[in-house]
Design a binder for this molecule. Structure first.
Ligand SMILES: Nc1nc2c(c(=O)[nH]1)N[C@H]1C(S)=C(S)[C@@H](COP(=O)(O)OP(=O)(O)OC[C@H]3O[C@@H](n4cnc5c(=O)[nH]c(N)nc54)[C@H](O)[C@@H]3O)O[C@H]1N2
Ligand SMILES: Nc1nc2c(c(=O)[nH]1)N[C@H]1C(S)=C(S)[C@@H](COP(=O)(O)OP(=O)(O)OC[C@H]3O[C@@H](n4cnc5c(=O)[nH]c(N)nc54)[C@H](O)[C@@H]3O)O[C@H]1N2
Ligand code: SF4
Ligand SMILES: [Mo]
Length: 748
């Protein structure tokens, strides 16, 4: 390990656990190992271009080295504002996952015995014919789409416009529902717009960093590097039931009981008020609802909070004091918060802490939700699913007219209702309201909660279209029609990263066979449907980008000051908002590269104030019982595995860096109690299904809890379909299971 990254050995030690093994250490830490001098002459690049990584939402800049216009290898961009010369294993391997025999090379139609290859005209004609037929028989709303945070913003916008304004669908949602919906609702309610306020530099400038349900070392490895580059020797407080890699590297780990966050956060707020450790001036000038919140907190004294959370009153007090003493405190959260039956209120409880202590709008502060996928943030603004394009409301006639005017379309074509959410679409299939479904860039049959029912449900459809890079995904294999899509690196467009930075992705490789970019597929479908004329000026991604700019005008996410793609490229990404005429856009010098929101204390509600929101905690719907003794937590396993592994499993290097087979982490006390030895095969069972796994006996999970990564096809056989009532986000991290030894007669 290089000495540079070992400024504070006690912390870095454990970080690299995620990448254990000499090979990966080099991959992550020493780009120079892969210096161009070592590349054989025949493979020397003749050009290099910059792009943004297509896996996680950090949005690392990568330099792609080309020969005759095709990528031959890549290195992380040393001058990047985001990743300063580093990448995690997924980034390093981004090109290798494109080359696979499992890539779709031609459209496929399900026939009598399996699938038969068809041409694009046949595919789009069949798509339109079947969908028209279903709509004629069951109504316009009987066909829906499910999309993704992993295509470009321009593709999302085109899909949302073609599907809703062209084809007349009303319902279309994205996999971002599984991921970000709770943060979206929390921000809208508290700030008046879905606006994560931070810039990554805040990790570097904080003196207290609070991470709630966020395993940065695994899920956002380069952000952990930002934490390590912090010169203030920050306090790092991690709230996570598991002793994750991040928790081990923190200065304080609160291993709270799962889903007791709300009580704990209210407990902290209670102490902050009691000790008068709050910023009265900030509360007075910039917020609403504090007095009611204070009243609500009366019930969350440290003693009762201790009994609910498992965190004693003294520790709670100590943490409140650290927050009070910090001059710059930043609060960050991810799926341990959002994926919950009370995710919205938990996110809002974090926002409340930032507001009441005045930790917002200044360097090193903020109530900061970390996004997951490379373009989840693009989806939040421009996918035309829950919001009308650009963060507008479908229900507002004024908004519909405004959007229609900008796009030169008939306002009557815009639905006057928001879409059903993902779970409502799935339930709609069950109640025969949805008969046709178009799935783009998400692997529903693996990743949706409670998979057994999900499989049955997908099989009920009259027509399932799956558009994916690979024809072998669990979902593609259930399709009536499969459309082969180009992936990251094979097309152009923009992504928006977690810190609201718009980055440019380039075409650096050719898609295999007849696979087409999603953009091209949406245009073909529009033409075949007969609504192509509506999209005549949506000719290429950059033309669409200019439309999105116009839609954003005067919205909080105004990007009218971005001249064109070239400007994004030159600046290494530009954070929204970036309105026309802003001082940065006017100057010839370099842009202010780290921009945060709410510097002036003005929020997006009409009165300019942020709101305190709160509610009593709810009962966990499925608590462990005598029969199902353990609470199952799920999440990310290693830095080398991405979600359902359709992409990462294609790389020989990445396959070496994550366990191939499903495993369950179980505490040594529980293992002993169940008579389970390390590495033994076990059965994990919930009320809904069971799976076979290898036991990883480890004290990183608490007694009474077990953990299984989401990367394995069987994990969601166990999960229990329940949701946050406001965001409709699935609560993936709490259901009751039993664990026992596998016996030879077990049929699993
Ligand atoms: N390597 C890798 N990186 C990824 C991804 C990937 O698949 N692989 N996916 C990306 C995506 S889309 C996302 S959304 C992010 C997710 O990033 P994270 O949210 O950081 O990842 P998770 O492992 O899902 O969940 C984080 C933690 O929540 C904890 N947790 C569970 N229940 C509770 C609870 O009740 N309270 C608290 N406080 N914590 C709890 C879990 O123990 C887990 O350690 O990662 C992104 N980055
Ligand atoms: N138990 C449990 N389940 C979970 C979670 C959990 O923590 N626990 N986390 C949830 C979260 S946060 C998320 S984000 C979801 C992720 O769940 P999914 O979205 O299902 O996961 P991916 O494997 O990323 O699937 C993306 C699909 O898109 C394809 N693809 C990639 N790029 C492109 C492209 O450019 N065009 C097209 N057309 N296709 C493309 C890939 O091949 C892949 O099949 O899983 C959720 N499920
Ligand atoms: S940290 Fe995220 S954006 Fe950076 S290289 Fe890894 S997957 Fe890509
Ligand atoms: Mo996610």
């Amino acid at each position: 390990m290089s000495t540079k990254t070992r400024q504070r050995p006690t912390r870095t030690n454990t970080v690299w656990r995620a990448f254990d093994g000499p090979l990966t250490r080099e991959l992550v830490l020493q780009p120079s190992t892969f210096g161009l001098s070592q590349v054989p002459a025949a493979l020397q690049p003749d050009a290099t271009t910059g792009t943004v990584c297509g896996f996680c939402s950090i949005g690392c800049s990568l330099n792609i080295h080309l020969r005759s216009g095709e990528a031959i290898h890549l290195t992380p961009a040393a001058d990047s504002l985001v990743n300063f010369g580093m990448a995690c294993p997924k980034g390093w391997q981004a090109l290798s996952v494109l080359k696979s025999a499992e890539r779709g090379t031609t459209p496929l139609m399900r026939g009598g015995r399996g699938y038969k290859p068809i041409s694009w005209p046949e595919a789009t004609e069949s798509f339109c014919h079947r969908i028209r037929e279903i709509q004629a028989r069951h109504g316009r709303e009987s066909v829906a789409f499910l999309s993704t945070g992993q295509i470009t913003t321009e593709e999302m916008a085109l899909l949302g416009a073609v599907a809703k304004f062209g084809i007349g669908m009303v319902h279309g949602d994205g996999n971002t529902r599984q991921c970000m919906a709770s943060s979206v609702v929390a921000y809208k309610e508290a700030f008046g717009f879905d606006a994560p306020p931070y810039t990554y530099c805040d990790f570097k400038e904080s003196d207290v960093i609070v991470l709630v349900g966020s395993n940065l070392c695994i899920a956002h490895p380069i952000l952990w590097q930002w934490v390590l580059s912090n010169p203030h020797r920050p306090q790092i407080i991690v709230l996570d039931p598991r002793r994750t890699e991040t928790a081990m590297a923190a200065t304080q780990h609160l291993a709270l009981q799962p889903k007791s966050d709300l009580a704990l956060l209210y407990g902290l707020a209670h102490i902050l008020i009691r000790e008068d450790w709050i910023d009265r001036e900030y509360i007075e000038e910039h917020t609403n609802g504090f007095d009611d919140f204070r009243g609500h907190l009366a019930r969350f004294g440290p003693e009762s909070v201790a009994s609910l959370t498992g965190i004693d009153a003294e520790t709670l007090h100590e943490v409140a004091k650290i927050i009070h003493e910090g001059a710059r405190v930043s609060f960050w959260w991810t799926m341990g918060v959002n994926q919950s039956y009370e995710g919205v209120r938990t996110a809002e409880a974090i926002i409340n802490l930032a507001l009441m202590t005045g930790n917002i709008g200044r360097p090193g502060t903020g109530a900061n939700s970390l996004t997951g996928q490379c373009n989840a943030m693009g989806s939040r603004l421009f996918s035309n699913t829950t919001n009308l394009l650009g963060g507008f409301e479908f229900t507002s006639e004024m908004h519909r007219r405004k959007v229609a005017d900008i796009l030169g379309m008939d306002a009557a074509r815009i639905p006057d209702r928001p879409s059903w959410s993902y779970n409502e679409i799935i339930e709609g299939i069950l109640s025969d309201k949805i008969k046709g479904l178009w799935i783009i860039g998400t692997n529903t049959a693996h990743s949706w909660i409670n998979q057994n029912t999900c499989h049955e449900i997908l099989d009920r459809l009259d027509f399932l279209v799956v558009q994916d890079m690979y024809s072998t995904t669990e979902t593609a294999q259930r399709a009536d029609l499969y459309l082969p899509a180009a992936g990251w690196g094979e097309k152009e467009g923009t992504f928006i990263n977690s810190e609201r930075r718009i980055g440019l992705v380039k075409k650096v490789a050719s898609a295999p066979g007849q696979a087409l970019s999603d953009f091209a597929i949406f245009r073909l479908i529009a033409d075949s449907w007969g609504c192509g004329a509506m999209f005549a000026t949506w000719s290429d991604p950059e033309a669409v980008f200019h439309k999105l700019k116009q839609l954003s005008r005067t919205q909080p996410c105004d990007i009218t000051g971005i001249r064109d793609y070239q400007m994004i490229h030159e600046q290494g990404g530009i954070q929204w908002p970036f309105p026309e005429g802003n001082p940065d856009a006017m100057s010839d010098g370099p842009l202010n590269s780290q921009r945060r929101l709410f510097v002036d204390g003005k929020f997006y509600h009409p009165d300019g104030r942020a709101r305190f929101l709160f509610e009593m905690p709810r009962e966990m719907p499925e608590r462990p019982s005598n029969r199902y003794r353990y609470l199952l937590l799920t999440g990310r396993g290693t830095a080398a595995q991405w979600h359902t592994q359709t992409r990462t499993a294609k790389s020989a290097v990445l396959r070496q860096l994550g366990p191939r087979k499903v495993y369950v982490e179980i505490n040594p006390l529980d293992a002993r109690r169940e008579g389970i030895r390390p590495d033994q095969e076990v059965i994990v069972e919930s009320q809904r299904g069971r799976l076979r796994a290898k036991a990883l006996v480890t004290p990183t999970v608490q007694p009474g809890q077990v953990f299984i990564p989401m990367h394995y096809a069987t994990t969601n056989k166990l999960t229990h379909a329940h949701f946050d009532p406001y965001s409709k986000q699935p609560s993936y991290k709490d259901c009751a299971v039993c664990v026992r030894r596998y016996e030879p007669w077990d049929d699993v």
